[in-house]
Design a binder for this molecule. Sequence first.
Ligand code: MEV
Length: 432
Amino acid sequence: MSATISGFSKLSKSEKIDWIVRHYLSNSKSAKQTITQYFNADQKLQQLHDEFIENTITNYYLPLGVAPNFVINNKTYAIPMAIEESSVVAAASNAAKFWMQRGGFKAKVLSTTKIGQVHFVFTGNFEDLKQYFNTIKSKLITDTKPITANMEKRGGGIIDIELRDKTEDLEHYYQLHATFETLDAMGANFINSCLEQFAKTFKTEADKYLSAPIEIVMSILSNYVPNCLVRAEVSCKVEDLKDKTISGIAFAEKFVRAVNIAEIEPYRAVTHNKGIMNGIDAVVLATGNDFRAVEAGVHAYAVKNGKYSSLTHAKIEEGVFTFWIEIPLALGTVGGLTGLHPLVKVALDILGKPSAKELMQIVAVAGLAQNFAALRSLTTTGIQEGHMKMHLMNILNQFNATHEEKEEIIQHFKTHTVTHSAVVSEIEKLRQ
Ligand code: MEV
């Protein structure tokens, strides 16, 4: 089954669904029912979601959970998380509780600037280009005033524009490399609008000053934001790490060793950082931020020294265990989806309407907490025990277990190891 179509976006929603069902879904009746059962009864709310993107056919649900008991800089938060992976919210909650009893998390924003670039080609003399840039630089900035006025009133705007010669790497290639402060906005639209204006002014005025033309290739912000950086950490006396099964020092040493492995071994570092992103993406998504931008920037940062490495670090010094993360996070608490998606507004309200800086701290802490929980399980019980306990419900749902069946099976697995086959055989036993 397949087909092509022109003018798909012009069809009504129900025509789009009919077309897709007819051409791509063999079990058309049940597929259509599945698609339509996710419609929201509130027409206005549904329309709002329909209009976020083009060609919407229905809504795609993810659970929105909350991990309570996060103490960050002595303030208590319940952190909203949008994520499908069974164990993530539980792990965050466990780590939050663990550190709540040991002084909580400390977080600090180290820097907040973002970068955008106008990429262009110039075949003339570099000295002439440099002179032209110095002459035109202030006009580049004044021509963007209609775009920057509001941001400047609040204390942000364009910080600087540099001319960068990249011709050693690529023939005739130069950049206008600009730095921005976008305060509580993620700032993508603001930065891109400024850049497009720089490009326009830069090209138009060039005819008056240069013998060779400027050819603009593109103008776009960078999602690599190593100067929009936040640090979060936890620390406590080594002996305070002890629990029922392991001494404080044994735990701390194993934990630090596990982090050291992720620092030097890329295969492990990717999985280690994936666990961190479980926490980060979930909060980024719940608060209406762009998780793809965050992912791209964070992973670029993880390879900043030329080899992919851990985003977290840990040490034991003079009897004190310290575990920390330093990551770039370009986040917004105004603009974008933040004022549009009703659940995003609720998520930001749960967090007490944070500024972008405060949200950077919360998100970094969510990543650190997630990594702590993962490493704690990995270096003690192994990951599957907790993971499979949380996954049990998914298996039961796959088998359409009734409420009574679920209760009985959950009870059984309180004292037995959860594996897929063990759960299936319990279900079968019950149903015989
Ligand atoms: C699973 O989603 C995440 C972990 O693999 C992270 C890790 O290995 O550190 C448990």
